[in-house]
Design a protein around this ligand. Structure first.
Ligand code: TRP
Ligand code: SF4
Length: 422
């Protein structure tokens, strides 16, 4: 198995991925969430980093944000729909939403022209609006946001080649633009915390597991680009300054107990509270005081034809822009977890865990847990055969695509009311 932002190969073992990358299992925070999304409940979202920051922010009613991005290199499909649904869910749960159209990435990595990235980018924007993103969001093309480009340059001062090589496997042939994109993405993720957007806050980034290297780099940069760093100690936090002692002295205005030492200060009290106070002080001193971003990781979408989904093989995925009949037809040809013959299927039952059609039901088409469980057990016990099952799924896909088309049409007329940096 190989998982990098530019290459996903082999059979994915998600538990191994959690271990290798050092993520946390999402099941650990699931119970803390009010009305979790189906992608959370049904295991599509399998991992996270620091999601507790978001849970806390929701509970305490402090401001937080959700941000993610889309590379406009091919049509938006059901894999992108996962990320879009996650952004919309978090927005409804109280997060301020930021959506990046990664045109700089598409241009640098995939060689797409700016005209093309704009045209495709708008399709993504219309789709996410059709899926429920409200006007209280910031949508932008990377190449048009000075917040992002300026911050990216600032962050790039903290990264050297050895680090990029270790994280991404870059080598002497890697183009500078491709390297710089890593700073751009870090800036995408951190810029909701700039003072122009209300200052430091928890930000959750819903992504596919392949994006984790970017999260690791960004979380490191969040710390490196900030003045104060935190380390838990008995009863509080130890604070160090990256810019020398003068800055430590500013902590004396804390309303909590502070003990000063040569190289650090120890502050006693509730950790969240200390962090918040220290960040406030840092902002006054002109620092970024970034909160390390949180993330959630969803599974890769299985290609309809079995193997992986590929934008160069339109039969391998359902695009959100497919004609409803085409989408329906693709479902009918999909690879299932069924047996070779009807007789065998009645005797042994199907294997929904290996079935692309079941994945569609579970992640996209069926909201009711009751209904989903019914299909699952009918399949497993051989009462449901794939032909009938696929006809139902293809009907649901057709309805979805019809409705989505309509909403895209409406979104087109509403674009002007949205805040879009383009
Ligand atoms: N690199 C992401 C992709 O290929 C797109 C992206 C750009 C992104 N900026 C982002 C994702 C910020 C999450 C956060 O899909
Ligand atoms: Fe998949 Fe449905 Fe066939 Fe079961 S019956 S394997 S869920 S298509």
């Amino acid at each position: 198995m190989q998982v990098t932002p530019w290459d996903v190969e082999g059979v994915i073992d998600y538990n191994k991925l959690i271990r290798d990358f050092g993520m946390q299992p999402f099941s650990e925070v699931l119970d803390e969430i009010d009305e979790p999304h189906i992608l959370m409940r049904r295991g599509a979202i399998f991992g996270h980093r620091d999601y507790w920051r978001i849970v806390n922010a929701m509970k305490k009613g402090i401001q937080w944000a959700v941000m993610s991005g889309f590379m406009p290199s091919g049509h938006p499909h059901f894999g992108h729909k996962m990320t879009m649904d996650e952004i919309v869910w978090h927005q409804r749960a109280g997060g301020r939403a930021f959506v990046a159209i990664a045109d700089m990435e598409a241009h640098a990595v995939r060689g797409l022209s700016w005209e093309k990235t704009r045209e495709i980018g708008l399709e993504y924007i219309k789709s996410i609006i059709a899926l429920g993103l409200t006007r209280e969001s910031v949508i932008y093309f990377q190449s048009k946001s000075s917040y992002v480009k300026d911050l990216a340059f600032e962050l790039s001062a903290e990264v050297n080649f050895s680090e990029l090589r270790a994280i991404y496997g870059f080598n002497g042939d890697t183009k500078l633009a491709k390297m710089f994109i890593t700073s751009i993405q870090a800036a995408d993720i951190l810029h909701p915390q700039l003072s122009e957007f209300g200052g430091p806050k928890p930000v959750v980034v819903p992504v596919g597991a392949d994006q984790d290297p970017h999260m690791r780099l960004t979380r490191d940069l969040a710390a490196r680009a900030s003045i104060f760093s935190f380390e838990p100690i008995e009863g509080g936090l130890r604070i160090r300054s990256r810019k020398g002692k003068v800055y430590l002295e500013a902590l004396s205005e804390m309303p909590l107990e502070v003990r000063f030492y040569e190289e650090h200060a120890d502050i006693f009290g509730e950790r969240d509270e200390i962090e918040e106070f220290v960040r406030e002080i840092e902002v006054k001193l002109g620092g970024f005081a970034f909160v390390p971003p949180s993330s959630t990781y969803h599974r890769f979408t299985t290609g309809l034809t079995g193997g992986k989904m590929s934008s160069s093989k339109p039969e391998s995925y359902i695009s959100l822009l497919d004609k409803p009949e085409d989408g329906a037809r693709k479902v009918m040809k999909a690879f299932t977890g069924g047996r070779a013959t009807a007789e065998e299927q009645r005797r042994l039952g199907g294997q929904p865990e290996k079935c692309v059609v079941f994945e569609l039901y579970s992640y996209h088409l069926i909201q009711s847990d009751e209904e989903l469980r019914q299909i699952e057990s009918d399949c497993r016990e051989g009462r449901l055969l794939c032909g009938k099952c696929k006809r139902l799924a293809s009907e649901l896909v057709k309805n979805f695509l019809e409705e989505h088309r309509e909403k895209i049409g409406e979104a087109e007329g509403m674009l002007e009311d949205y805040f879009i940096i383009m």
